[in-house]
Every structure is written in structure tokens, then in C-alpha cells.
Design a protein around this ligand. Structure first.
Ligand SMILES: CC(=O)[C@@H](O)[C@H](O)COP(=O)(O)O
Ligand SMILES: NCC(=O)COP(=O)(O)O
Length: 237
């Protein structure tokens, strides 16, 4: 079974555009869980331009499904994660000025750094996942870090699939097969949508979780959030 974790960054972005508390991100997280989402994902960035560190704390007592916090493990981020102790932390190598995540880890080059962070999370009973490109060498490198899971960075698949190139799934399938063989859990995310999610899921053995935000919130403008959450759940069955 593949769990749907709803990334609520975009709700915070909308709220921040007016400076008030509309829409309320905690209420939104409660609602998506009531509609069936099996997790809530946030990705605070150092400039807090969308979800804020304070939101991460406010959500702690309201996320009763899986709480997934993503981000670059700078000190401020790790202090927050170790205090909140979410279900899962997903390590992402974001540049400060990146508009959105745009690359996976070089798990070979950053092996020692990642291993230390992962050990610290595990000491605190937090499941770990690391964001990786669909590259077999990076999956092998991920295994060496001691992480529980990987998150496959799906931007390239989503882009090519949208152009009609369904072969773009092939490196992802190969990486998933290898990850399963190595005993790594498999998550995925970035630019997944109602158009591509079923094809992606059907071709990725052992897919445990997808985190979806940008498309899901955009689709909800037309179709309504409750409806959209259920459409994803049906496609992930
Ligand atoms: C790791 C990943 O792909 C997502 O977390 C995505 O980057 C969402 O972050 P933004 O909302 O900042 O685009
Ligand atoms: N980890 C990916 C995520 O949380 C959502 O990414 P996107 O759907 O906003 O591209």
C-alpha cells in the first residue's frame, strides 16, 4: 500500500501573501487527514517564505497520521526536528536560493555527513529518508548512510511523462528494484499529480509513500480538496 502524504507548503504560501491567518495551515492539516490523507508533509526553508518553523511546532499535536518534515539539515532545522520528533525526517540538499527542490543528494560525497545526521535522528526514534535522483550509484550510496528510506526525486519523470515519454519511468523502476533488494524503503515526490500518479505507482515496486503538494493544491482549486484527496487515494490503491 502506498500512503498519501499531503504537502501543505502551498497553504502557508497563500496565507503569507496577506500576512494574516487565512487559510489556517493547522486547520487544513486536520481537514486533509479527516478526508483520508495518511500523512502531512512540510518543508520549511531557511527564509521561512512558506511554512514557518512555528507552524512545524503548531502542527505537532494535530498531525495524528504520519508527520514528515523535509529540509536541509542545517543546525536550526535539526534542532527543530529533534524537539518535534516527527514520524519521519526527509533530508533534502536545498540551496538557500532554490525556488523549490532541484536535486537529490550526492550520497557518495556526503556519506559521512548524512550518516551522522541519520544516526542522530535514529537515536531519537525518527525514521529517516533521503532525497535522491534516480541513479543506481546514489541508491547504493544511500544504503551506506544507514538511512531507512529514500525519496525518489520525481521531477524528471513528471516532466517527461507530461511530454508523452513514458520511458522516463525506467530509471525509477530500476532504482526501486535495487532499493528493495538493499532493504531500503521507497518514498517519492516532486511534481506528482493526478495525471501521472497511477502510472508512477504501477511501475514502482514497493512504493511506500508519496508526498504531493503543488499539483494537489492546484487541482483542488477546481475539484475541491476532499474530492482530490479521495481521487489520489483511489489511484494509489
Ligand atoms: C523535496 C520536494 O520535492 C518537496 O519538498 C518540494 O520541494 C516542496 O517544496 P516547495 O513547496 O518549497 O516547492
Ligand atoms: N517531497 C515532495 C513533496 O513534498 C511535494 O512536492 P510537490 O508536489 O510540491 O512538487
Amino acid at each position: 500500500m502506498t500512503k498519501l502524504s499531503v504537502n501543505i507548503n502551498k497553504i502557508a504560501t497563500l496565507r503569507n501573501s496577506r500576512g494574516g491567518d487565512l487559510p489556517n495551515v493547522v486547520q487544513f492539516a486536520k481537514d486533509v487527514q479527516r478526508f483520508g490523507a495518511e500523512g502531512v508533509t512540510i518543508h520549511p526553508r531557511p527564509d521561512e517564505r512558506h511554512i514557518r518553523y512555528q507552524d512545524a511546532f503548531d502542527l505537532k499535536s494535530e498531525v495524528y497520521t504520519e508527520y514528515n518534515i523535509e529540509g536541509n539539515p542545517i543546525k536550526k532545522f535539526m534542532d527543530m526536528v529533534l524537539e518535534i520528533k516527527p514520524t519521519q525526517v526527509t533530508l533534502v540538499p536545498d540551496g538557500d536560493d532554490a525556488i523549490t527542490s532541484n536535486a537529490g543528494w550526492d550520497t557518495i560525497r556526503h556519506k559521512d555527513f548524512l550518516s551522522d545526521i541519520i544516526k542522530e535522528c535514529k537515536r531519537n526514534n525518527i525514521r529517516t529518508s533521503i532525497f535522491v535522483d534516480p541513479d543506481l550509484k546514489q541508491i547504493e550510496g544511500a544504503k551506506e548512510t544507514g538511512t531507512d528510506r529514500i525519496e525518489l526525486y520525481t521531477e524528471a519523470f513528471a516532466h517527461q511523462f507530461g511530454l508523452g515519454n513514458s520511458d522516463s519511468i525506467l530509471p525509477y523502476t530500476e532504482c526501486a528494484v535495487l532499493a528493495e533488494r538493499l532493504g531500503l524503503g521507497i518514498n517519492a515526490g516532486h511534481d506528482l499529480s493526478l495525471d501521472n500518479i497511477k502510472f508512477f505507482k504501477d511501475n514502482i515496486p514497493g512504493l511506500l509513500e508519496v508526498s504531493i503538494g503543488h499539483a494537489l493544491i492546484s487541482e483542488s482549486l477546481y475539484l475541491g480538496i476532499e474530492n482530490v484527496v479521495n481521487m489520489y487515494l483511489n489511484k494509489l490503491k
